[in-house]
Design a binder for this molecule. Structure first.
Ligand code: NDP
Ligand code: X2X
Ligand code: MG
Ligand code: MG
Length: 336
């Protein structure tokens, strides 16, 4: 293996023992970081805006809550886990004035530092620890005794300890149980945006939707289309996750495997891959980031239009009815 991987046994947690870690926000990533670090034995304070709807939830989980300003003042490590588009303003107003020399400012994604929207002072450490998965799953796998892979990067090492702090942090949230490797803010930002757009979120949802619509428009029952093109995706992907392509193909019929080789390249074509290359270029040049920030600044008109389109889509309506009849599907994971 080319990359140097870090596991629990390779990492000392001493750099964050007896320190205070402020988790700013209590959303998808933040609640998982806060709870995992606390359960790993570290000191955590959650920093929330005035009147935050999340205060009660964090307190119910046994976490101490302070204002973002006070949490920043008190803490040694400040992990900023609010939405990327909100971060620059909150950083300027509530964090930067209270960042003193020797503290560490941390991120879960490199977006704002990489695209120059946040420039921390030279006398603080700046690092990222990016778990490779959704926050609700970060908490779930940790609570199950497992872990989620993660990547870390140091942008600025003012104290000489930034790398050790980042690794200890990755241990605290459970990432070194699964494997952690070193990256840069640029590599993390570009690969993360590419992955979520092309494969994980954009790719998967649009593939499912196209398959579902093809069956329903051809007159097949939506419930069958849902099971076939959405529900079963998890079962097949679980096999890929556990055993790779070959392991998954061992479990499916020869008929399915033959169809996989014949039809896969008809659906995901050379042109699809060429388009992925152009998607990557838009990310690398900052064109995607610009588009995202422009929509955010206008109140997300494009994003809201897309959300509206899917809300009443048969796939979502039928899916909800079917999932409601399957109480074993884990609903707790989404309760923050
Ligand atoms: N979602 C994920 O799984 C992943 C996210 N990341 C990164 O983690 C970071 C956080 O993302 P994510 O967890 O999705 O964020 P969320 O959308 O879940 O964040 C919601 C939290 O941010 C707070 N918040 C929102 N706006 C403001 C504001 N203007 N001022 C103060 N607090 C605010 C909310 O406060 P309140 O409770 O008061 O409403 C809430 O606690 C991002 O950098 C993202 O790229 C990285 C890996 C995966
Ligand atoms: C969950 C995760 O890893 C993502 C897709 O990168 C994100 O939510 O930004
Ligand atoms: Mg992401
Ligand atoms: Mg990601």
């Amino acid at each position: 293996m080319a990359a140097k991987m870090y596991y629990d046994r390779d990492v000392s947690t001493a750099p964050i023992e007896n320190k205070l870690i402020a988790i700013i926000g209590y959303g998808s990533q933040a609640h998982a970081h806060a709870q995992n670090l606390r359960d790993s034995g570290f000191n955590v304070v959650v920093g929330l805006r005035d009147g935050s709807a999340s205060r009660a939830k964090a307190e119910q989980a046994g976490l101490r809550v302070a204002s973002i300003e006070d949490a920043t003042k008190e803490a040694d490590v400040i992990m900023l886990l609010i939405p990327d588009e909100q971060q620059p303003k909150v950083y300027e107003q509530s964090i930067a004035p209270h960042l003193s020399a020797g503290k560490a400012l941390a991120f879960g994604h490199g977006f704002n530092v990489h695209f120059g929207r946040i420039t921390p002072p030279a006398d603080v450490d700046v690092f990222l620890v990016a778990p490779k998965g959704p926050g609700h799953m970060l908490r779930r796998v940790y609570a199950d005794g497992a872990g989620m892979p993660g990547i870390f990067a140091v942008q600025q090492d003012a104290t000489g300890h930034a790398r050790d702090i980042a690794l200890a942090y990755a241990n605290g949230i459970g990432c070194t149980r699964a494997g952690v490797l070193e990256t840069t803010f640029k590599e993390e930002t570009e690969t993360d945006l590419f992955g979520e757009q092309s494969v994980l979120c954009g790719g998967v949802t649009h593939l499912i939707q196209a398959g579902f619509e093809t069956l329903v428009e051809a007159g097949y029952q939506p419930e069958i289309a849902y099971f076939e093109t959405l529900h079963e995706v998890k079962l097949i992907v679980d096999l890929i996750y556990e055993k790779g392509f070959e392991g998954m193909r061992h479990s499916i019929s020869n008929t399915a495997e033959f169809g996989d080789y014949v039809t896969g390249p008809r659906v995901v074509t050379a042109e699809t891959k060429a388009e992925m290359g152009r998607v990557l270029q838009d990310i690398q040049t900052g064109k995607f980031a610009e588009r995202f920030i422009a929509d955010a600044e206008a109140g997300f008109p494009f994003m809201e239009e897309q959300r509206g389109k899917m809300r009443d889509h048969t796939l979502e309506v039928v899916g909800k009815e079917l999932r409601d009849k399957m109480p074993f599907i884990n609903k707790k994971a989404l309760e923050v």
